[in-house]
Design a protein around this ligand. Structure first.
Ligand code: GUN
Ligand code: FE
Length: 486
């Protein structure tokens, strides 16, 4: 088997590639070949290549590099982008009872986040969540941590070491907080946030893998002064911003009462310099038309978190309206408002809740398509986190951030990934069954069908390998046992 992270990044990937061409259109490349250079970027994309050997006739200088070949029914897909996830809430995944946002925060979330003052506990949780999201194919994540600087720095280090592209946001909250958890003052919040930015600069000066992101939690727990200072800091440092908006009706009420002059929740952020082209706003379930127009005019991105919106009973976001307005949309797991660390699950739930909305309102066009949610999971997400043109698709010059999806099936198993150095990663057991994930048994159809089966019935057990910038960061071992990258 391959040893993740240790070898040269130069390689040829051969077989089937699927990525978004436009928001409504998937590009399915069979008999394709993608060359990735030593820097981890795509050097060429070739179509209709009968075999890797035929490729070498046109690319003689690539003879001898490793070749990864997709197994039968397998395909390379761009790495998934999680535009909103709380790394610190991972221990609570699946726990929310019958709470909604505000009592969920005080019952489950703040107590758990406060325990990240313990760096050993933080290290355990952060290692697990990064391993887990990598296994689900998340190659880029925008993380919230907690208020703690050492634990936040530790997550930056873990992502950097494991090779997951990450935005790391130390949570800022200075008003309406419990007595045991929160920023003591605006100046302390600023000083601590700056410390986490300086730490990332010390380990990754060009933000190649890890980047800081300014993170005022939400307008309920942030003073106007702190929000303004954070807006200035983001501008000064030229770094992105993330926060929550219009998630829950009680929350919206609270914000409108706290900032009566602003006129809307979205305007509160605008009034404090936080609504920028590099801002990620999560949830946005109950936006007014005026708020959506303001978001569009600021070129701010939206993170759709359908799993969380259903779990916490926040509501169903009108994603079709966002798309029609021309706003950039990505997907977020929102662990642990969302119970799953999987962006594939977020894509699936985006499809399902759009169907409920369509039925409830009697508006057929509210239904999202598979192509659309996969766009949100890749190219849309890339735009939202400011990495458009760098990740989210397979084009020359882009980073090789990719997931190898194996749909196994009876004939596909046991074939494995071919490595031209003579090593083979075998997929599935001897009986010819892959373990878990989608089973294509009894089915005959085209690649569109395969994609539908993957989106609706697949899971992380279908992920055979995950690459970030040409570096293998996750690999599924035979017999379904995962050896996670350390
Ligand atoms: N609003 C403020 N904080 C949070 C949080 O941690 N999760 C969610 N879903 N919404 C929030
Ligand atoms: Fe959240």
């Amino acid at each position: 088997t391959l040893t993740p992270g240790t070898r040269s990044r130069k390689a040829i990937y051969y077989g089937t590639f699927i990525h978004s061409r436009t928001i409504t259109n998937l590009d399915i490349i069979t008999q394709g070949a993608i060359g990735v250079d030593d820097s981890g970027k795509i050097a060429f994309v070739e179509r209709n290549v009968e075999s890797p050997e035929k490729l070498f006739l046109n690319f003689p200088e690539w003879v001898g590099v490793r070749v990864f070949q997709t197994p039968k029914d397998g395909f390379f897909f761009p790495g998934l982008i999680d535009t909103h996830i709380h790394a610190s809430q991972y221990p609570n995944a699946g726990l929310f009872g019958s709470t909604t946002l505000l009592d969920w925060l005080t019952t489950y979330t703040f107590p758990t986040e406060s325990s990240f003052s313990d760096l050993t506990f933080a290290g355990t949780v952060y290692n697990r969540i990064v391993n887990r999201t990598l296994s689900h194919g998340t190659t880029t994540a925008s993380y919230y941590t907690t208020i703690h600087v050492p634990a936040t720095n530790l997550l930056s280090e873990i992502c950097h070491k494991k090779g997951q592209r990450a935005f790391i946001g130390r949570v800022c909250m200075d008003v309406n907080c419990p007595d045991y958890y929160g920023d003591e003052s605006v100046s302390m919040a600023m000083a601590n946030t700056k410390d986490t930015i300086e730490y990332i600069k010390s380990i990754d000066p060009d933000y190649r893998v890890v980047s800081p992101i300014v993170t005022p939690r939400f307008a309920v727990t942030c003073s106007g002064d702190m929000m303004s200072e954070l807006g200035k800091l983001a501008k000064q440092e030229n770094i992105p911003i993330q926060t929550h908006v219009s998630e829950n009706e009680y929350e919206i009420d609270f914000v409108n009462k706290s900032f009566p002059k602003s006129g809307s929740y979205t305007n509160v952020y605008d009034d404090h310099g936080l609504l920028t082209p590099r801002t990620i706003l999560s949830h946005a379930v109950h936006l007014s038309e005026e708020e959506l127009k303001l978001i569009k005019s600021r070129r701010t991105g939206l993170s759709h978190c359908p799993v969380s919106n259903s779990a916490l009973g926040s509501g169903v976001a009108r994603v079709r309206d966002w798309v029609d307005e021309g706003v950039n949309v990505g997907l977020g797991t929102d662990v642990s408002g969302g119970y799953s660390p999987s962006i594939l699950e977020a894509a699936r739930q985006a499809l399902l809740v759009s169907r409920i909305l369509a039925q409830r309102e009697g508006v057929e066009r509210y239904k999202l398509s598979i192509a659309e949610v996969l766009w949100f999971a890749t190219r849309g997400g890339a735009r939202v986190v400011g990495l458009e043109g760098k990740v989210g698709g397979f084009e020359v010059g882009m980073e090789w951030d990719a997931v190898l999806v194996g749909l196994g099936g009876v004939d596909g198993a046991g074939e494995g990934v071919l490595d031209s150095e003579g090593e083979e990663v075998v997929v599935g057991d001897e009986q010819g069954l892959t373990i878990g994930g989608v089973d294509l048994f009894g089915w005959q159809g085209d690649w569109e069908d395969r994609v539908a089966k993957w989106v609706y019935a697949g899971d992380e057990r279908n992920n055979l390998g995950v690459w970030v910038g040409g570096r293998l960061v996750y690999e599924k071992e035979r017999q379904g046992v995962e050896r996670l990258v350390r």
